[in-house]
Ligand binder design. Structure first.
Ligand code: DGL
Length: 277
């Protein structure tokens, strides 16, 4: 039975959705969260839309049967583009919130008339992005970069890399966008949020780096409010380790995941469980 006491689930192919978890917690401090990093499906950005849809449907079915969430946030642009409709159709009672690249605000704010989008290799060529651009960025030049190696870097090297290695990892894509005249950079792959400070430093003054974290958190709150599913204020005081960090695939889990769990105030990673469908 879905009730205000149920947790909110977030999922991504890996650690990309964690900044979305942080934003949702800030807005909804009384809620309990379950976060899935789909380590065995990672990366999504090199797969076909059909393969991504099947993987995401399987992971959602397993989260639903193991944790009975009241809402699900697909904190991944690539998965939202490929699977949002299918996830909603397969889970009619569940409030599902997707992630949409912040093309609209970037197009509204650009002064140079050029915006840059950083997404996965899959997402930059998805018709969904074409539609978003046609709808919200008429008359604007939209540059696209799909640095899939940066997704790998964030998932596996974020904690071991030096500052200069981080800057070198973001540099090629950002420099191309700047050379093209972009004064707005849209972070349209959630993984890249972990290096957004490096992107902003490299981009320099006069260039704005935008993402959809706060918009997604506000949408989640609105959807829960509409369904009268918000947790009662003060229902649960926030203590470190209350939220679950789940991973797919076999243990042992790589050390990085423990570091991500610690830095986002969660318990040690645990296996998602449930049988793949
Ligand atoms: N974090 C994901 C996104 O927002 C996908 C990264 C990947 O698995 O390629 O698109």
């Amino acid at each position: 039975m879905i009730s205000p006491d149920c947790p909110i689930a977030l999922m991504d192919s890996g650690v990309g959705g964690l900044p979305y978890l942080a934003a949702a917690r800030r807005l909804l401090p009384a809620e309990r969260f379950v976060y899935l990093a789909d380590r065995s499906g990672f990366p999504y950005g090199t797969k076909s839309p059909e393969a991504i849809r099947d993987i995401v449907l399987d992971r959602v079915a397993r989260i639903v049967s193991a944790h009975g969430p009241k809402a699900l946030v697909i904190a991944c642009n690539t998965a939202s583009q490929a699977a949002l409709g299918a996830v909603r159709a397969a889970n009619p009672g569940l409030a599902v919130v997707g992630t949409v690249p912040a093309v609209k605000p970037a197009a509204e704010r650009t002064r140079s008339g050029v915006i840059g989008i950083m997404a996965t290799a899959r997402a930059v060529q998805d018709p969904y992005l074409d539609e978003l651009v046609a709808r919200f960025a008429k008359g604007i030049t939209v540059l696209r970069e799909g640095p899939q190696d940066l997704v790998q870097f964030v998932e596996h090297r974020l904690f071991s890399a030096t500052g200069s290695e981080r800057r070198a990892a973001v540099e090629p894509a950002v420099v191309r966008l700047l050379e093209g005249g972009a004064d707005e950079i849209v972070i349209a792959c959630t993984h890249f949020l972990h290096v957004s400070d490096d992107i902003a430093v490299l981009a320099g003054r006069g260039v704005e780096v935008v993402d959809s974290r706060d918009g997604v958190a506000r949408r989640l709150k609105a959807v829960l409010a509409e369904r009268r599913l918000l947790a009662r204020q003060g229902a649960a005081t926030r203590e470190t380790g209350r939220d679950l960090f789940l991973l797919t695939g076999e243990e042992p889990f790589e050390d990085e995941y423990q570091l991500f769990a610690t830095s986002f105030g969660m318990r040690s990673p645990a296996a998602l469980g449930g049988r793949p469908t």
